[in-house]
Design a protein around this ligand. Structure first.
Ligand SMILES: [Zn+2]
Length: 201
């Protein structure tokens, strides 16, 4: 039997979303490092893994990232991000807000909700951060469309098990310290790979 394929999507490009608690750190680079660890953990659990960015400096369109899942017959699409609040960066709230949340495709909603819950629980427990819940978001005036471009493109290309995890807030000192520690990112990759292997193996 051929190995099951999982698409990992490290969000943004290399210099996407400058890190606001440390000069010279970028969400796009951090996402790539975490995705690379997760790829290694999934490969060691018997999966075939393809990343939407083979190299950190690549930055394909959201459509190209998501549709790769359906085109290649992936069993799961997972987009990897960290979060930042809207509003004034100088406000007190801006650095205080923290926690993990996981978005999932409205296609196959009930099944995806269980998977999203398991993934988010693993992230919250490993990062020791707040649980901001599992969520769906619908496109304005198109209630049958997912709001987020990568999730929508993956689902519409035929991979309905499509997820996006916001791994804490890179604007919060505690979440951010975790995300900048390579040993922490390795532990996070192990926790997520264990959940994925339990569900998709
Ligand atoms: Zn992001």
């Amino acid at each position: 039997m051929s190995k099951k394929l999982i698409i990992l999507d490290p969000g943004h490009g290399q210099f996407g979303n400058p890190h606001t608690t440390r000069e010279g750190f970028f969400e796009g680079t951090q996402n790539f490092i975490l995705a690379s660890h997760l790829r290694d953990e999934l490969v060691s659990r018997g999966f075939n893994v393809k990343m939407t960015r083979e190299r950190v400096e690549e930055n394909p369109s959201l459509e190209d990232r998501g549709s790769m899942a359906g085109k290649l017959g992936a069993v799961m699409f997972l987009s990897i991000h960290s979060n930042a609040p809207g509003g004034d960066p100088k406000s007190e709230r801006y650095t205080k807000i923290r926690g993990s949340e996981t978005y999932y495709s409205i296609t196959d909603e009930a099944c995806n909700a269980d998977i999203a819950r398991a993934l988010n629980d693993a992230v919250v427990a490993t990062m020791q951060t707040e649980d901001r819940g599992i969520k769906t978001r619908r496109y304005p005036d198109r209630p049958d469309w997912d709001y987020y471009g990568v999730i929508r493109a993956a689902a519409q290309s035929g991979c309905t098990a499509a997820f996006l995890i916001e791994h804490g807030f890179h604007t919060n000192p505690r979440d951010s310290a975790f995300l900048q520690d390579d040993a922490c990112l390795c532990r996070l990759a192990v926790a997520e790979a264990d959940v994925i292997a339990r569900i998709f193996a």
